[in-house]
Design a protein around this ligand. Structure first.
Ligand SMILES: NC(=O)c1ccc[n+]([C@@H]2O[C@H](COP(=O)([O-])OP(=O)(O)OC[C@H]3O[C@@H](n4cnc5c(N)ncnc54)[C@H](O)[C@@H]3O)[C@@H](O)[C@H]2O)c1
Ligand SMILES: O=c1ccn([C@@H]2O[C@H](COP(=O)(O)OP(=O)(O)O[C@H]3O[C@H](CO)[C@@H](O)[C@H](O)[C@H]3O)[C@@H](O)[C@H]2O)c(=O)[nH]1
Length: 431
């Protein structure tokens, strides 16, 4: 079996690596020639720990190829994974234009039977829609199957998650598709769920929305903790020991960001609305998340009076550590608000960059934490990069004109920070 991956972003490249590691011949196809050129050299166009070494190993051995040639790629492969983006539209619905383009390309260039597998996160009912797009663009009516195989990897931990998944979910009505996918994933020792396409699609959205719910719940609880003089991290530790709750996704902070939770919660709410079901909990999850960054900024406003002409050091831009992804990053909201309130932002992130077209006069991108802290009246920590926790904050205090520390990820210990002279506020982490 020869595998084609359409879309060589975070998911496509990781999926290509997984199948190459299992010994299959894999080709990655993208419309972006820059990305393909880098990948051909065994280099990634994004930051993902451990992935580049594996990609470059398989490129060198010839097991992994990259191309922009749709016609040849589609004609020469039997199994095609769609891994293109499904961002949000302004109204909250998923934008399926890249999926439609990929489906139409497959229909147009197919020359034999193909198994088409959707790894992209697509709304419930998309498999039927993809079938109609393929059929409508076929020049000859070759047979094909469509299956859903949602991806559950986390950025920053993609290699580990994709090589050792918790579960493999397959949604298809075709016995042939199930058989081929079982062969493909043969070596994986994890639970399998083979179900209807719609169920598979909903499992993906329901999982992300549930995790987002845990986060918003903890963020609300953190506000209560601030009032009650209780530390939310201790509460989370106590809750997490109950195996029915579990310790993960209980970290209060600036709210969830990234390319998945915001858009997927929103799409699930929209899907429900189309069916006249009101997912009230998720409406609140989104609202809490939208307000969360401002909760920390309010603490800073109270302390500083206002931000006008004040140097503010913002540490961390990525939506979480160990990635360069800034899609829906809470740091962006913090920065936008600081700009509106006329602060002079000094930004540092070890990996993530502001896009070149985003150039604010009042934002200085710094090359080190020290540079960002220079003359600042406050530090706002937005991403919990390990290195921020390892710095000598006592020593760094001298760089600041005022030692105010607002910790959006509850990374520091309040007592220790106060002990070395900081005015410290976290999110439910002050006591
Ligand atoms: N990023 C994650 O952590 C993650 C995890 C699980 C699932 N997902 C889902 O996987 C999908 C992909 O996410 P991503 O983060 O990898 O996206 P991405 O934006 O990093 O990559 C998508 C790639 O598809 C390419 N593309 C678009 N249209 C194309 C076409 N017609 N032919 C060939 N290439 C095309 C783009 O150029 C881009 O390189 C989304 O639906 C997302 O929700 C993402
Ligand atoms: O306790 C927590 C855990 C996470 N976050 C935030 O939530 C966001 C998402 O984090 P995470 O889930 O680790 O990253 P993603 O790479 O977006 O992965 C999620 O989204 C992917 C795309 O659908 C799924 O495949 C993964 O299973 C799902 O975890 C980030 O902003 C985190 O800072 C918190 O605020 N508190």
């Amino acid at each position: 079996m020869k595998i084609l991956i359409i879309g060589t972003g975070y998911v496509g490249v990781t999926t290509a690596m997984v199948f190459a590691e299992s010994g299959w011949q894999v080709t990655g196809l993208d419309v972006d020639a820059f990305k393909i050129e880098r990948l051909r050299q065994g280099r990634l166009h994004f930051h993902e720990p451990g992935l580049e070494d594996l990609i470059s190993k398989h490129v060198r051995s010839g097991r992994l190829l990259f191309t922009t040639d749709k016609e040849k790629a589609i004609a020469e492969h039997d199994i095609i994974f769609i891994c293109v983006g499904t961002p949000s539209q302004l109204d909250g619905n998923a934008d399926l234009r890249y999926i439609q383009q990929a489906a139409e390309d497959i229909g147009y260039w197919m020359n034999d039977y193909k198994l088409v597998v959707t790894k992209s996160t697509v709304p419930v009912g998309s498999q039927e829609q993809i079938k109609t797009w393929i059929e409508a663009s076929q020049r000859v009516a070759y047979s094909f199957d469509v299956a859903s195989n949602p991806e559950f990897l986390r950025e920053g931990k993609a290699v580990e998650d994709a090589l050792r998944p918790d579960r493999i979910v397959i949604g298809t009505d075709s016995a042939n598709a199930t058989e081929q996918l079982q062969k493909l994933y043969g070596a994986f020792q994890c639970p399998w769920i083979v179900t209807k396409p719609r169920t598979a699609e909903l499992i993906k959205y329901a999982s992300n929305a549930f995790l987002a719910t845990k986060i918003s719940y903890m963020n609300e609880l953190a506000r209560l903790c601030d009032e009650l003089e209780i530390n939310v991290k201790e509460v989370a530790d106590g809750m997490g020991l109950d195996p029915r709750i579990g310790p993960s996704f209980l970290q209060a902070g600036l709210g969830y960001g990234g390319s998945c939770f915001p858009k997927d919660v929103s799409e699930l709410v929209m899907t429900a609305r189309k069916h006249e079901v009101n997912l009230r909990i998720l409406d609140q999850v989104m609202e809490v998340n939208c307000l969360q960054f401002n909760y920390l900024l309010d603490k800073a406003r109270k302390r500083l009076g206002d931000f006008t002409d004040k140097y503010i050091a913002v540490l961390g831009l990525a939506f979480k550590p160990n990635t360069d992804d800034i899609r829906e990053a809470p740091a962006l909201r913090v920065i936008q608000e600081l700009i509106l309130e006329k602060a002079k932002v000094r930004l540092f992130d070890p990996i993530a960059k502001l896009p070149v077209d985003v150039c604010y006069e009042t934002v200085t991108v710094c090359g080190s934490v020290e540079e960002a802290l220079q003359n600042a009246e406050a530090v706002i920590l937005c991403t919990e990069w390990t290195e921020f926790g390892q710095l000598n904050w006592e020593h760094l205090r001298a760089l600041l004109t005022q030692a105010n520390f607002f910790d959006g990820r509850n990374m520091m210990d309040a007592r220790q920070m106060r002990g070395i002279g900081y005015y410290y506020q976290g999110i439910g982490n002050d006591y």
